[in-house]
Structures are given as structure tokens and as C-alpha cells.
Ligand binder design. Structure first.
Ligand code: TMP
Ligand code: ASP
Length: 238
């Protein structure tokens, strides 16, 4: 399947149409950005590592009957995916306290809360991607209550799968962000990527950060850290 038109040009990814109206090509760029694009850089190899990690994780979830947009990896930095209409919401799952949640609740990073915490963020750059609750999402027409229920169910399943997988790989799965979209036949499936750009992943023994926080906090060795996550997952998943 070859690229046709560029239909979305994001900071870190691009989407191309293909000859098949129900599939797209997701291209992972080497660019990395944070803080609403204030901090940006190009890191050779980052796109390929995130593409490889996403492909491994999506294939693993597919094997557990969790529907995602992933069809197959078609090159080092491209995935063939089902075309979806994106739902403008991010479902963030926290297994440990970190990042903005640590700031908001004034809790230490690395603390394990007594329950997994699920947050919704409304994808709106004008509003700064605010945290919203279920009834606000429904009132805004983003999703119905039953669709939100489906998204939480899927997030719960993905999280328990990935917590186990990362644990087996010697990694701590701190948090993740999921995006969803609707296919032309109305199925609600997971889209975007699952990678160290969209999750927090720490070394299980040392708590060393192996994700985008290395870039956010200027810790260096970003692609090496992402590569070590990829290698550890490959060791488990083959
Ligand atoms: P946060 O600490 O910035 O709220 O992020 C929580 C998790 O969600 C972290 O793994 C990063 C991910 N995330 C994104 O991938 N994109 C986003 O726009 C946001 C807000 C979070
Ligand atoms: N929403 C933040 C950003 O604009 C998330 C991040 O730092 O990755 O980049």
C-alpha cells in the first residue's frame, strides 16, 4: 500500500491516505515536541523506535481481542491503519502518580494510588486540552455515555494487559494516554500510538525514566532510553 495524499501533518506524526478509502498510513516522524510545541527537537531514529513499539503493543493487544486501528507495520516508520474519525478526547490512565497529576494533587511522583485513576482531556488547543468529566464530554457532543463506558472498558483492558507485559519486561507502566476513533462502520477503536511519547515508562529496578519526560526535563539519551524499552519488549514478545 503506497502513500497518496497527506491528510494530517502533526508535530510528531503524519497521516496519508491510500488507494483504499478505509485505510491510512501513519508515519512516525523524528520530531519531538512538548509543552504545546514550545520545546521541540529532531531526534534521529525516534520515529522508527516509536513505530516499532506501537506495532508490537498493538499486535499484542489484537491478540487479546482488543480492537485498535493497527493493521500492519509496512516500513521502519510507517503503520498501515484503519481510517477513523477521531474522537477529540484523550483518556489518560494513571497507575502511579506522576507529571501533571503529581502537581495537581501535590503528591510525590512514583506513589501508587489505591485505585487506578482515569482522566479525560478535551482535545482543544485553544482551551489548552482541559480536563473534563463524563457529563461535560456528553454535553459537548464528544461521545455518548455508552461510548464513554466502552472507552473506559477498553482502557481498563489495555491497562491490565500492558501492566502485566511491562512488568514481565522489567518496566514500570506509570501512565498512558489513549485516543479513540470511529470507523466508517461505526466501531469505536483505539487509534494514534502507544509509545514512550504517550506513556510514562520507568525501569522497574531503578525508576529511571525511559519516556518523553527525558525530553521534557532535559535528561538526555532520549532515543537510547526509548530503544531500551523497545528491546525489553522485543525480548518478551519476540
Ligand atoms: P500529563 O502528566 O501531562 O498529564 O500526562 C499524563 C500521560 O499522558 C503521560 O504519559 C503523557 C500522556 N499525554 C500525552 O501523550 N499527550 C498529552 O497531550 C497529554 C496531556 C498527556
Ligand atoms: N500536551 C503536552 C504537549 O503539548 C504533552 C506533552 O508534553 O507531551 O506537548
Amino acid at each position: 500500500m503506497d502513500r497518496q495524499q497527506l491528510v494530517f501533518d502533526g508535530y510528531e506524526k503524519q497521516i496519508y491516505s491510500t488507494a483504499d478509502p478505509d485505510t491510512v498510513i501513519l508515519h512516525f516522524k523524528d520530531d519531538i515536541t512538548a509543552y504545546d510545541n514550545i520545546r521541540r527537537a529532531k531526534l534521529t531514529g525516534k520515529g522508527a523506535v516509536n513505530c516499532g513499539i506501537s506495532a508490537l503493543l498493538f499486535a499484542h493487544l489484537g491478540g487479546k481481542h482488543i480492537a485498535t486501528h493497527f493493521i500492519e507495520k509496512i516500513s521502519a516508520d510507517e503503520l498501515l491503519c484503519r481510517k477513523v474519525t477521531p474522537i477529540p478526547i484523550e483518556l489518560v490512565v494513571h497507575n502511579y502518580i506522576a507529571g501533571s497529576l503529581a502537581d495537581k494533587l501535590d503528591l510525590p511522583e512514583g506513589m501508587k494510588p489505591s485505585t487506578v485513576i482515569y482522566d479525560l482531556r478535551y482535545n482543544s488547543s485553544e482551551l489548552g486540552d482541559p480536563l473534563i468529566n463524563d457529563s461535560q464530554a456528553v454535553a459537548l457532543g464528544i461521545a455518548s455515555f455508552s461510548e464513554l463506558g466502552e472507552m473506559y472498558d477498553t482502557a481498563r483492558k489495555i491497562n491490565s494487559c500492558l501492566v502485566k507485559l511491562f512488568d514481565a519486561a522489567g518496566l514500570k507502566f506509570v501512565d498512558m494516554k489513549l485516543q479513540f476513533g470511529k470507523t466508517s462502520d461505526g466501531a469505536l477503536i483505539v487509534s494514534d500510538e502507544i509509545s514512550p511519547d504517550t506513556c510514562r515508562i520507568w525501569d522497574a529496578d531503578t525508576d529511571e525514566k525511559l519516556d518523553k519526560d527525558r525530553f521534557r526535563h532535559d535528561l538526555g539519551n532520549i532515543v537510547d532510553a526509548y530503544g531500551s524499552v523497545y528491546q525489553k519488549l522485543k525480548n518478551i514478545l519476540g
